[in-house]
Design a protein around this ligand. Structure first.
Ligand code: SF4
Length: 350
């Protein structure tokens, strides 16, 4: 049971089936299955569960909370992106985003922490850290985004754990949430369509490799120049790139698939020839593709006294060509979500 739930009523929506079954025992296992199915269908109260006897619904309502208490605000962008702000009972505010691409495919972007302790200089979220989210709070984001997709008769086809926070610093709760989301008796979402993005927590990558879940992995590399990376992403001081690369190798040796190396492109900072060469060197020995993300502007963010700027189109193109010439497989992230400050690095409510 996570710390935040110890003194409050347990929240069933954050419990994987077996944990839920144990929790509601001596009720029979099939009741846990029924409850999981109701949670997956979006039920927000025990009253809706009309295949459970009325006295049982009443009893469950007295003993447990079905879903976390969250005030939800919706912000819709012109490009089909919808950003939800969820404010939990203790006042923590986080954001979750539903991205929609030109073919109508919906991707849910989930947060794992309120704020982020990693403190990357180019990211709004890193400006403060409040707390880890519970499994129920992570699952709640998916349930809310799924309901939005349902309204459009669409479905969520991919999940990216790339919202607020560093997922591998909250791996226990993330693992429980993903067990709920992928549970075959409930939401039944495919693990292969889930990508967890880390700024490079070696022990977390090793733990994922050893204990699962078997999801896809992305590393927010940004630059392989260790000295520059320490200044852009202070976590590098505790997580040297050599240790991160060793962990990535272990992840792939343990059956993990292709890794995405992400680079947020900061105008005039990490788009040098040596950054391209460093990235190619880092990728050597890994099955990896590179995803370039031109920095999404956030007012007030600076690096060593200078305001950060977006890279120019020619700068992006030149960096892309250099990486390609070095034999890397390169894609560019589209900039969806900017209109609602819901793009990568722009999330920031606490
Ligand atoms: S980029 Fe990711 S790891 Fe870095 S501060 Fe932002 S949320 Fe945290």
């Amino acid at each position: 049971m996570p710390d935040s739930e110890i003194n409050s009523i347990p929240v069933l929506s954050g419990m994987p089936l077996e944990e839920l079954a144990e929790y509601i025992s001596p009720l029979p296992h099939f009741r846990a299955v029924q409850i999981c199915k109701w949670i997956a269908s979006g039920a927000s109260s025990f009253d809706a569960m009309d295949n459970l006897p009325l006295p049982l619904r009443k009893e469950l309502g007295e003993r447990f909370t079905l879903r976390p208490d969250a005030a939800v605000q919706k912000h819709s962008g012109d490009d089909g992106t919808v950003k939800l702000t969820l404010q939990f009972a203790d006042g923590a505010r986080i954001e979750a985003v539903l991205l929609s691409d030109s073919s109508g495919r919906r991707t849910a972007c989930l947060s794992t922490q309120a704020g982020c302790p990693a403190g990357c200089v180019f990211c709004k979220t890193g400006a403060a850290f409040l707390r880890n989210l519970t499994s129920a709070e992570i699952t709640e984001q998916f349930l809310q985004l799924k309901a939005l997709a349902d309204e459009d008769a669409a479905s969520v086809s991919n999940i990216v754990v790339m919202g607020m926070g560093e997922p591998l610093l909250n791996l226990t709760e993330l693992r429980r949430a993903l067990a709920v989301i992928t549970g075959t008796k409930g939401l039944n979402f495919s693990r292969r369509r889930i990508t967890v993005s880390t700024c490079g927590i070696a022990r977390g990558i090793n733990e994922l490799a050893d204990k699962g879940p078997a999801v896809r992995l992305a590393l927010s590399l940004t630059t392989a120049d260790e000295s520059l990376r320490r200044r852009l992403m202070p976590i590098t001081a505790q997580e040297p790139l050599a240790a991160v690369k060793k962990a990535l190798r272990h992840f792939q040796d343990s059956g993990g698939g292709r890794i995405t190396l992400e680079a947020v492109l900061l105008g005039g900072i990490n788009t040098r020839r040596e950054d391209a060469a460093g990235m190619a060197q880092f990728a050597r020995g890994l099955d990896a593709a590179v995803n370039l993300i031109p920095w999404n502007p956030v007012k007030g963010l600076e690096f060593e006294g200078k305001a950060l700027r977006q890279p120019a189109a020619a700068e992006i193109e030149s960096f892309t060509q250099q990486l390609k010439a070095l034999g890397l497989n390169v894609t560019r992230r589209y900039r969806r979500g900017r209109g609602v400050m819901g793009a990568c690095g722009q999330l920031g409510s606490l």
